[in-house]
Design a protein around this ligand. Structure first.
Ligand code: NAP
Length: 244
């Protein structure tokens, strides 16, 4: 296929599932991660087993110098970049009165600045080629109120609005930008929720189950494909009906 996709936060969870799914579609994959080298290498090995290229890149997406170095390395290894999936994110739930400054700053830095850092570097390269796709992983928490998620929902609301603005700016350069907003998805991130709360959440989902990382990966892969060639600036919610 000769196309390359960078997925941030692809050592685990949704990012890993997206990386494997895009590999199945024939993309060579750049696997970004922050700390978990063993799991990132495992993702890369599973990708290579599908017959495409994969390399791992350790970079904190909130650190612009590390992001620039990663894009430079990706260019050396793969040449062009066709797809960026901005996925690396953190959640640290706390009621408004309990939010601490350190956690607030970390969430803003990774969930907002990190997405902008990577989109900027990707757009620089994609604009030269006159084509490209950026997918931002948002959350259903951007459109419904979940107690304890003042910070997280603010960051994901920002992801939705930056998606629209990026899409408008980059459309003339042949770059499409869309977002997916998953509901509750069974990854490590969800494990931080106490069991009684998880049961309460499942009760509130019309489909009565959490989604899987693969459910999200399938939607991301569709948005990357030419089937969606005329769609940009949109947020697709996949949440088992939670937000209805
Ligand atoms: P996860 O299982 O906790 O995995 C997080 C991934 O992000 C890991 O690969 C981690 O790398 C990476 N990461 C964290 N901080 C990073 C940083 N500063 N720089 C680079 N990589 C970083 O999370 P997930 O559930 O798959 O969530 C992925 C995305 O989906 C997030 O944006 C999240 O907000 C969104 N989302 C998740 C759910 C859900 O229910 N799970 C629902 C809606 C939206 P290391 O392994 O190296 O730490």
């Amino acid at each position: 296929m000769g196309k390359t996709a960078l997925i941030t936060g692809a050592s685990r969870g949704i990012g890993k599932a997206v990386a494997l799914r895009l590999a199945k579609d024939g993309y060579d994959i750049a696997v970004n991660y922050n700390s978990n080298t063993g799991k990132a290498e495992q993702t890369a090995e599973e990708i290579r087993a599908q017959g495409v290229k994969a390399s791992i890149y350790k970079a904190d997406t909130s650190n612009i110098d590390e992001v620039k170095a990663m894009f430079k390395d990706i260019r050396k290894e793969f040449g062009g970049l066709d797809v960026l999936v901005n996925n690396a994110g953190v959640v640290d739930d706390a009621y408004l009165l309990m939010i601490n400054q350190q956690s607030l700053e970390k969430s803003l830095a990774i969930n907002i600045q990190g997405y902008i850092n990577c989109a900027q570097q990707a757009a620089l390269r994609m604009a030269g080629a006159g084509k490209g796709v950026i997918i931002n992983v948002s959350s259903v928490s951007s459109v419904i109120a979940v107690e304890g998620q003042t910070v997280y929902s603010a960051t994901k609301g920002a992801v939705n609005s930056m998606t629209a603005t990026m899409a408008k700016e980059l459309a003339p350069r042949g770059i499409r930008v869309n977002a997916v907003a998953p509901g509750f998805i069974g990854t490590d991130m969800l494990k931080s929720i106490p069991e009684d709360l998880a049961t309460k959440y499942i009760e509130s989902i019309p489909m009565k189950k959490f989604g899987s990382a693969e459910d999200v990966a399938n939607v991301v892969a569709s948005l990357c494909s030419d089937e969606f060639a005329y769609m940009t600036g949109q947020v697709l919610v996949l949440d088992g009906g939670l937000s209805l």
